[in-house]
Every structure is written in C-alpha cells, then in structure tokens.
Ligand binder design. Structure first.
Ligand SMILES: Cc1cc2nc3c(=O)[nH]c(=O)nc-3n(C[C@H](O)[C@H](O)[C@H](O)COP(=O)(O)OP(=O)(O)OC[C@H]3O[C@@H](n4cnc5c(N)ncnc54)[C@H](O)[C@@H]3O)c2cc1C
Length: 401
C-alpha cells in the first residue's frame, strides 16, 4: 500500500466526488482538500430548488447542449446520463425522469442523502477529506500551499487535480478567487461572466408592483432562432426561470455590445394568431374579461399587455392578438454574477489537453465548472462535472495500472 501514488484533489464539488469515487484505491492514495468545514456545499445548494442530477435526452443531443461544442464529447460519451443513473442506483440513489425530461432523485431522497451516499463510497475507499484547508497557491518547488488554522502546510502529490468551481454563490466557497494563482503561473484565465442568470427589464413603475413575484406558466420566450417554453417569474429586477436562464447565454454578447436586446414572449404558444383574433372580434364584453375568460390569460400576462401596449393596440383585435403571440420586451442587462446558477470563463480551454491536463504543468489537471465551458440548467452542469470526474479517474487508473 505504501507505494500508492499520492493524489491531491482541491475542492469537494461533484467533479471531485466522482473523480475520487472512480480512482482505484489500490493504486492511489487520495486526499481531498476543501476550504469549507464540510464538503459539497454548492451541490447541496443545487439541490435546494429542483435537483436536476442530469437530463435524459439521447447522448448526441445531450452533448450538443454544451458550449463550446464538442469540448465534453469524450467525457460525456464515456460516462453518459444513463451511466450516471446506473451508478447512482448502485449506491442506493434511484432516479426518475420528470415531465421536463430532467432527471431527479425519487421522492423521499433529499440532496443530503445523495451527498452522503457518495461520501460513503469515498469512505469505503479510504479517501481522506481534509476540510478547512484553503489552497493559497504554489511553493517555489511547485508543492501546494494550504492554510489550515492559521498555519501553512505544503503538500506534494504525484497527481494534483483542481476542481475549484466557478464564481457564483460565493458563500458556497466557489468564489473564483483562485484565478490569480493560475495567472501567476502563466496559465490564462478568462474573466468570469454570469451564465444561467436573471435578465434585467426596466419595468414601468406602475406595472412593477402589480407583477413582482408573479409566475407565468406555459410561456414561450424567444430570441433570434431560439425559443424555450416553460415557467418564468417577474421580479423587481426583471425575469427569471428556466427559459430565461437558457436564453441568458445567447443574449450575453448582444447585451455587452449594444447595452440591450429584445426578447419576444408568446403568452399562448399553443394557439395561433387567427384563433385569438377571432375570439377577440366576437367578444361583446370588456377586453380584459375576454382575455381572462375566453383566451385564458393570467392576470400577470394581462397586466403586461396593458402596461406596454398603447390604447389603440389594446382595443384592436388584430394588433392585440399579434402582441399576445409576439410580445417584445427589452432586456438591459444580465443578472448579478453572484446570483447566477453558473458561470462561464475561468481556465482557458487552450491551457488543457483532451484529458484536462495543464499543458504547462504536467500531472496537474482542472475539471468542473472552473474551466471555460457552459451549459443550460436542467442537469447538464452536474452531468458535465460528473462525466469529467469519471473520465479523468478512469484515465489515471489506466495510466498507473
Ligand atoms: C442555486 C443553484 C442551483 C443549481 N442547480 C443545479 C441543478 O439542478 N442541476 C445542475 O446540473 N446544476 C445545478 N447547479 C450547478 C452545479 O451546482 C455546479 O455546476 C456544480 O456544483 C459545479 O461543480 P464543481 O465540482 O465544478 O465545483 P463546486 O461544486 O463549485 O465546488 C468547488 C469547491 O471548491 C472549493 N474551493 C474553491 N476555492 C478553494 C480554495 N482556494 N481552496 C480549497 N477549496 C476551494 C469550494 O469551497 C467548493 O466546495 C446549480 C447551482 C446553483 C448555484
């Protein structure tokens, strides 16, 4: 056992957990270093809302959701969404596919149960987890420098894997502050930007109070050729919800360049303009009553129409029907990075090879959200992290076997 290779993994998110669970304990002596008092804080936060462990779509479709295209092709082909579900099932975490095709743990299994089941795998493999160990950089001999209870510790390992996460939800420990440590080593790090975030809309003040906190179901949101159907929520800042998060990646560049961009909302994605126009034309009562009772629009959608349309547009069946299907909304900014579900930016992908090894720092690797890739919410982020961990673990096993 004493001849086992030493592996130091920094960070204790899903990428690390899967990597450590995959590494062969007869070959590797694995130690995880985490700055927090406990492992997997962001993983638990991810579980607070809908806990999408992966997405169930066919592998080729799944892979196409990642940007840049093909970056995760090898890792996800090697450890697919089906592989992940099978693996979880083997450790007692059964999953199901929801109506959105996202994959969740079955009822009764909480995020902490999923984390504990994975930690139990690590415990059986004698993986050591050193919490309250804050990685501060490299010593002159390239050993790792940690701060632990006001003392400095140097760690030398045969293999070092960084899995430090992105730069949102700083309170989880994933704050991106590590960027400067790599830049000092001559490794390029791209600025972090919010991904899967809210979008800002400057609401007319009189409208804001009426719509703040209100959800709109079965709405289609589109930008350019892309559209997404789901639920959105109007907030004081603007809009949130899965369709908005999905679009937040696409509109980012236009917002940076033009300081705004235009989205189109379709309040009745399953009706066509002619049908709506006919209902409005036949209406004998008030337009609001007709929108509510015949067209079945919610109060929030009606408030939005009233808040943005001119009186002439609102009373004209043709223009009102058109605007129900093509409601333009100007977005003026992305939401704050700290509140984003994920970030893009981080380690430049040109700095790592196909196995995530730093080209300038052999036997040092980076996996997970700290690399410059992105994907929509809905399980893709966790799948990407788990696949990278499994792929690299298998690679290291095969190198040292
Ligand atoms: C609100 C929310 C909901 C989400 N929901 C989902 C979802 O449903 N489905 C999905 O697929 N994804 C979801 N995500 C995204 C997902 O949680 C992340 O993409 C994923 O956790 C990233 O994993 P990681 O292994 O790269 O790093 P992280 O999980 O971010 O872990 C990195 C770890 O590194 C540690 N660390 C950082 N710097 C240092 C240092 N200097 N020294 C020591 N340790 C350090 C941090 O403390 C942290 O524990 C959600 C995220 C948020 C914020």
């Amino acid at each position: 056992m004493s001849s086992r290779k030493k592996v130091a993994i920094i960070g204790s998110g899903p990428s690390t957990l899967m990597l450590a669970a995959t590494l062969d304990e007869t070959i590797f002596d694995v130690v995880i270093y985490e700055r927090n008092y406990a492992p997997g804080r962001k993983f638990l936060v991810a579980g607070d809302g809908g806990f999408n462990l992966t997405h169930s779509e066919p592998t080729d479709n799944l892979i196409s959701r990642y940007t840049p295209a093909d970056f995760l092709h090898s890792a996800i082909s090697y450890f697919t969404n089906l592989d992940l579900r099978t693996w979880l099932s083997q450790i007692g975490i059964e999953t199901f596919i929801g109506s959105s095709k996202r994959v969740f743990p079955v009822e009764g299994i909480k995020p902490i149960d999923v984390l504990n089941a994975i930690l139990e795998v690590l415990r059986k493999k004698n993986v050591s987890i050193k919490t309250s160990h804050f990685w501060k950089g490299f010593n002159a001999d390239n050993s790792l420098l940690f701060e632990f209870k006001n003392s400095q510790i140097a760690v030398k390992a045969d293999y070092t894997i960084f899995a430090l996460g992105g730069a949102s939800w700083r309170k989880t420990g994933s704050d991106g502050e590590w960027a400067g440590l790599f830049l000092a080593k001559g490794i390029n790090v791209l600025p972090f930007q919010p991904s899967n975030c809210a979008l800002e809309v400057v609401w007319p003040e009189s409208l804001k109070t009426k719509i703040e906190g209100k959800w709109i179901k079965n709405i289609s949101v589109s930008y350019s050729n892309y559209n997404s159907i789901g639920e959105i929520v109007c907030t004081g800042f603007g809009l949130e919800g899965s369709p908005i998060y999905a679009l937040s990646q696409l509109v980012r560049q236009e917002i940076i360049e033009k300081k705004e961009c235009c989205l189109f909302l379709d309040f009745k994605p399953f009706s066509n303009i002619i049908q709506l126009q006919e209902i409005l034309q036949q209406n004998q009562k008030s337009i609001t009553e007709c929108l509510k009772n015949k067209i079945k629009l919610g109060i929030t959608e009606i408030e939005l129409l009233k808040g943005f349309l001119s009186k002439e547009e609102f009373i004209d069946p043709k223009s009102l029907a058109y605007k129900i299907k093509n409601f333009p909304l100007t977005v003026t900014n992305s939401g704050p990075i700290n509140e984003a579900i994920s970030t893009v930016g981080g380690i430049d992908l040109n700095e790592v090879d196909g196995y995530f090894e730093f080209k300038k720092l052999k036997k040092h690797f980076a996996i997970g959200e700290m690399l410059d890739w992105e994907a929509p919410t809905g399980g893709y982020l966790l799948q990407g992290c788990f696949s990278m961990g499994y792929f690299l673990g298998s690679r290291l096993n095969s190198i040292e076997q």
